[in-house]
Design a protein around this ligand. Sequence first.
Ligand code: GLA
Length: 400
Amino acid sequence: MNGSIASLLRATGFGTLMCALAIATTPVQADEATPQLPQMGFNNWNSTHCRDEFDEGMIRGIADKFISLGLKDAGYQYVNVDDCWANWQRDKDGHLTPNPKRFPSGIAALADYIHQRGLKFGLYSSAGTSTCEPLQENRGFPGGLGHEKDDAATFASWHVDYLKYDNCNNQKIDAKKRYKDMADALRATGRPIFFSVCEWGENKPWLWAGKAPVDAQSWRTTGDITDTYASMLKIFKQNVVLDRYASLGHWNDPDMLEVGNGGMTDVEYRSHFSLWAIMASPLLIGTDLRTIKPEALQILLNKDVIAIDQDPLGVQGKQVRDAGGIHVIVKPLKDGGHAVAVFNEGNAAKDVTVTPKEIGLKTGGSYTLRDLWTHTDTKGDGSIKTKLEPHATVMYRISQ
Ligand code: GLA
């Protein structure tokens, strides 16, 4: 199907809007318990979609792997469940319930299992009459539109820590209103719930989603990523120019990671991870950690690169060069240093020089350059000279 028709059908849906929309009046308050740095964790969508393997056993297994593989120690925190967790219908009182085949023990038990391991639990819904997948015989999984208060209360009662709120079947109701209604409902529960807006950048959420009255912690800036270099590149280009809209607690979200899913080379996956980190993006692992290969795990566990994503200054890197297929992105750091990523999007190797001036350093200074992939230090004037293989990225931390 033509992409725009598909997205229109997804957006408008087939059902009828059942309930009048709640008029939310809750005052917006900054939530001190909400983490301020880009969220790190796992989401099952990129690896399983709605296949049968997506169930409570899988999610428990992923939580176990967070501990045994060292991901929790590296800063990954959220274990998030995506679409297809819910039952086809609400219960007789109108509440959401889990699919009894996939989650027979219930969502609260799953959240408890995750909390017992010192991790946090995330769930998914859509700001529409049903979620994104699948629409069969005119029905989908129930969405949150018109049910915000009830659904938020349900999530809080299950001890959910994070809500990814999608955009399908939105009946063309104003996005700001739809996301505000859920944001208000989440706040009204009194439980800190990280609010991840997922409206694919359709209504320029970088202009409004991070501010009152929505005050979400992150917002998707693009359509869905797929496990190809072309998709990763396209999304990077859309997101990298939005740096000025990101700040502590309010992040551009270029979608979840594909590292480990097999559709890109390790060089491309290193670029994907480096670029997401320098853009201060959410780092949500999208591969099955129970079967991950060592090369992919090594990428996801690169603490030098993670530290750039999680730098407490909270600035998204700025692209200072986009010419001839070479991208240079510079991110100022809390300690006064700079992170620099140099990416070759093209299919031929290139020799690249980046000057101290381009990075924003004093000329004639003396600096330590730490290569964040080889973990080695060199001294110099702050300039970078490198030969970049096709699709490769070098990344440095430069300090005085
Ligand atoms: C949309 C979202 C995806 C995923 C699917 C689930 O496409 O953008 O990230 O959540 O829905 O159906």
